[in-house]
Write a protein that binds this ligand. Sequence first.
Ligand SMILES: Nc1ncnc2c1ncn2[C@@H]1O[C@H](COP(=O)(O)OP(=O)(O)OP(=O)(O)O)[C@@H](O)[C@H]1O
Length: 584
Amino acid sequence: MKELRHVNKYFSKYKWRLLIGLLITILAKFLALKIPQIVGDSLNIVEDYQDGTVTNLEDVKHQLLINVLLIIGVAILSGFFTFLMRQTIIVTSRLIEFDLKNEIYQQYQRLSLNFYKKNRTGDLMNRISEDVSKVRMYVGPAVMYSINMIVLLVVGFTQMMSIDVKLTMYTLIPFPLLSISIFVLSKVIHKRSTIVQQYLSKLTTFNQEFFSGINVVKSYGIEASIIKDFDKIADESKEKNIHLQKANALFFPLMVFLIGISNLLVLYVGGQLYIENEIQIGTIIEFMLYVNILTWPVAVVGWVTSMVQQAEASQARINEFLQQVPEIQNTNTSSTELKGNVTFKDVTFTYDDTNITALKNINISVKSGETIAILGKTGSGKSTIIELISRLYDTKIGTILLDDTPIREANLDAVRSQIGFVPQDPFLFSETIEDNIKFGKQDATEEEIIAAAKNADVHKNIIDFPNGYKTVLGERGVTLSGGQKQRVSIARAIIKKPKILIFDDCLSAVDTETEEKILSNLERISKNITTFIISHRISSAKNADKIIVLDQGKIIQQGTHNQLIAIEGYYKDLYDQQLLEKEI
Ligand SMILES: Nc1ncnc2c1ncn2[C@@H]1O[C@H](COP(=O)(O)OP(=O)(O)OP(=O)(O)O)[C@@H](O)[C@H]1O
């Protein structure tokens, strides 16, 4: 129960609801246990009349009528309180589930990029949904059934003992057996349902990948082999499900079997006591009714135990994520207005997970409003530079200054809100184009949206769609071409009016003419914006104030376009090659 201590704060938050729930449960169960007593009394009255102990028929009829009305009244009241019991305890468990999901979600938002690299999306989703559901079973049903069981056992047992000790002892013989066997069965069910869950996850992941990569699958014509793979997993999943259902199917028969034994014992031992004139017929019936009422709470002891064990395991998985400290910490909450100066001083950066040193002793100085182009072969460290400017990672060697402040000391949220970033592989949400552009500035006006789209040279494409800016994009924006997606992503970045604008090789998806238009629009609007352009094309870099060329994490060339084409090296080679391609 160590891990589950985490939810105690929620128990304390909802203590009054739970307390009311507890009182209502006691009342509901107390009333439910009254019914066997009244039924037993009624039968005893009839028996008394039969054997002549009571002679007035009218009195007997009157008493029976009262008892029948009492049973109806008590049953209605008990039902009403049972309804209230669920309304308080189960509703509280839903509230705790909501709070816990929010807590995990907020933690997910805080955690750094590395966390997402190390953990699979499916796992993150599972912990916030499946695992929280298991914990809810502990805070709701397990609590409710435990209170239920304690009240029923204490009150029921006391009542039975007060009537006949010997009969009570015989009646309860199968109960521990019932509890233990349900516990064992619950464990088996849990084990098998975990496997079924794993197969469900496998099937979901398989389908998700298949549908995301449907273009590749279709163009390679490998549907048949995909179907074969799917059939294999589906078949295994079916087998595991059947295996689980076999265990599930045992649950109720086992319960009915053990209740049956209890009832038989009541009948046998009660019958003997009746023959010996120690008890009346009504008492036997009363005991049988107790057996039926007590069976469920006793059976759930095993079920609740297994529920608590599952919740403990799930909460351990949740705690593992909740206790993670975000690698990137924001230590400053004061408002930070960036000017846009960016300086790298002797920065060397190694990715912890791969141990790849992506940057080696980098020195860069960019003034506010300047444009810097970064070129270099694939894997040379270009994207790493901009990941460090957005502080997606922290450097251990060297310093990065934003204006004059080390990046670690600046307000992280403020810094990120003033950076406009267009990634290499743009991600568009399955919402309207307008909403995707507004993502950069939630309160943007229609004019601002259109201006941003015009500057990104995508306005004409958008108004050609029947629904214009209201066009809903499919998953990952499948209705847009690669270049259109890039340009919507550019509009999203520039609408923010950022102080630092970063283009991570995003212009390569558009033709050179469109690239030209976007760059000249940028020149017009980015007077005070520091712009980083990562590219493989000379056309994107040639007008930049500074150009740096990277190779294996080191700066091998830097200067302006004119300076770099005048000397032999990577830049001039690239220039000559691209010039030649243009001429051809
Ligand atoms: N998140 C990461 N974790 C571990 N290693 C990484 C990570 N990102 C990049 N690397 C490694 O760091 C090196 C530099 O990668 P980077 O993405 O900065 O290169 P790049 O110049 O932007 O390449 P490209 O032009 O192909 O985008 C590569 O060797 C890459 O494998």
